[in-house]
Design a protein around this ligand. Structure first.
Ligand code: ZN
Ligand code: ZN
Length: 250
């Protein structure tokens, strides 16, 4: 399994794209699609028209807005340039309402030369090819259903928190994971609501028995503090700072 971070920041950040991750197992899978991550996806050199599955954690703009640009491009491509694979959009409650609204707003989408399937998931595992996906509801925003995802392939496991505050479901999501990419929006001395700060991330990694913790989803203020050291107060394993286009094999 290979992970490429497409975005390690948030909505507005001077040097990082917002949330987005490319995971390559027996197929490419996108986790979230925040602003500026499409440009980084193109830099990876992957054929974007071969991507069939996108998993969304929740529908704050920093996790999905580049999908709209991606989709306009995909429709244009399929009509005038080449063949595109069918697309399946997977996410929490609200996935169908949001994407049906987008598709219905732009009549040109109806004539796309590929199919779009919408799938709402909750806390049950399913398979995409030979990749096992386990969504978990996490606590982030009281008005939104928010998911983290665990991906397992060829005996390796990757956990992605989405946006989340410390909660027991995160511990289940991350249990013994080879790699956990966690929402480290804030430094420990400047926490914010609905997200983890660096020490929370270390606590989750420690309590869940994670092997390698990757801190990501930094608000600008997190970049002004040593969040790696702060996470290390709670976790003795390997810790990496996420950055755009960071690649990792696991
Ligand atoms: Zn959010
Ligand atoms: Zn976010």
């Amino acid at each position: 399994m290979r992970l490429t971070i497409l975005g390690s920041g948030t909505n507005v950040h001077p040097s990082r794209a917002a949330a987005g991750y490319l995971v390559r197992t027996d197929q490419p899978i996108l986790l979230d699609f925040g602003p500026r991550t499409l440009a980084n996806l193109i830099k990876t050199g992957i054929n974007r028209h071969a991507i069939r599955y996108i998993l969304f954690s929740h529908f704050h703009a920093d996790h999905f807005s580049d999908f709209i640009t991606f989709f306009f491009d995909a429709v244009y491509y399929s009509k005038f340039i080449g063949t595109r694979e069918d697309l399946t959009l997977i996410g929490p409650r609200g996935t169908k309402r949001l994407f049906n609204a987008i598709l219905n707003t732009f009549p040109g989408f109806k004539s796309a030369a590929f199919r779009v399937s919408l799938r709402e998931v909750s806390d049950h595992s399913f398979w995409l090819g030979r990749t096992r996906i386990t969504p978990r509801s996490v606590e982030h925003s009281p008005r939104l259903h928010c998911l983290g995802y665990r991906l397992e392939y060829a005996g390796r496991s990757l956990a992605y928190s989405g946006d989340a505050q410390y909660c027991t479901s995160l511990l289940h999501l991350c249990r013994d994971a080879d790699v956990a990419v966690l929402d480290c929006s804030f430094p420990a001395n400047r926490p914010g609501p609905g997200h983890m700060h660096a020490e929370d991330c270390g606590r989750v990694a420690h309590e869940a028995g994670v092997k390698h913790l990757i801190l990501s989803h930094f608000y600008p203020i997190a970049d002004r503090h040593n969040v790696k050291n702060q996470a290390g107060r709670r976790f003795r394993g390997r810790i990496s700072l996420g950055r755009d286009l960071l690649k990792l094999s696991l």
